[in-house]
Write a protein that binds this ligand. Structure first.
Ligand SMILES: NC(=O)c1ccc[n+]([C@@H]2O[C@H](COP(=O)([O-])OP(=O)(O)OC[C@H]3O[C@@H](n4cnc5c(N)ncnc54)[C@H](OP(=O)(O)O)[C@@H]3O)[C@@H](O)[C@H]2O)c1
Length: 189
């Protein structure tokens, strides 16, 4: 795994190799966008569409105002904006509905919970699903909610997330989608 940074030489304490954004993109089989959603599209443009073409991009970003009360893409989503700007880069939105501590350790919660996937490219979603499984999300916890336009729902959940976090006094939680026993689970990816 390679981390991309604007200032790789200053990022010496991350425990993983760090390279420039361009170098990271050049080496990547799969890219992850984990930058502030307000600047993600601009940052990706600095790498350039040709360098990103064909590489699946897992987008966990959300664009929020400094006080976390407003979205930077209120009638759309960052995921859609990235997909539109980079049509040859299959974008999969996931993991943005929870805190980063939960993203990487879902088994640390009291019970199973749900991670959502949005994207137009089936193969990129399958790749993302495999990586999520490696991260500790069993296929039964992964819910494909549709094309990239459904990233909107994931990102807008950030507002409710902040309210729940306020109510609980903690960011270490997640939501779990439950159904009546007779409702079949979606086919696993
Ligand atoms: N943290 C969470 O729990 C969480 C949960 C759900 C979703 N998200 C989303 O995931 C994304 C990353 O979250 P984060 O908490 O890791 O964010 P962050 O710490 O603010 O930013 C991550 C990295 O992006 C680069 N960066 C920061 N500000 C920038 C700017 N103005 N212009 C360009 N690059 C900048 C920095 O790397 P360099 O300086 O090394 O380039 C920084 O270390 C965000 O979109 C956030 O909304 C986070």
């Amino acid at each position: 795994m390679l981390l991309g940074s604007r200032q790789p030489k200053e990022r010496t304490d991350l425990g993983l190799p760090v390279a420039s954004l361009n170098e990271t993109a050049a080496h990547a089989e799969v890219l992850v966008n984990a930058t502030p959603g307000t600047v993600s599209v601009e940052l990706l443009h600095s790498i350039g569409a040709p360098a990103l073409a064909g590489t699946p991009l897992i987008d966990v970003g959300v664009g929020l105002s400094d006080d976390f009360t407003e979205l930077s893409h209120p009638n759309s989503s960052l995921g859609e904006q990235i997909q539109e700007a980079f049509p040859l880069t299959p974008v999969v939105k996931t993991l943005c509905t929870m805190d980063s501590t939960v993203m990487i350790a879902p088994a640390g919660l009291d019970g199973p919970s749900t991670v959502f996937l949005s994207g137009d490219d089936a193969e990129a979603k399958r790749t993302t699903g495999r990586l999520l499984t490696d991260l500790g999300w069993p296929p039964s916890s992964q819910l494909d909610i549709g094309g990239i336009t459904t990233a909107r729902g994931q990102e807008h959940f950030a507002l409710l997330f902040m309210g729940i976090a306020g109510g609980l006094g903690s960011h270490t939680f997640n939501i779990n989608v439950v159904t009546r026993p007779s409702v079949q689970s979606p086919p696993s990816m």
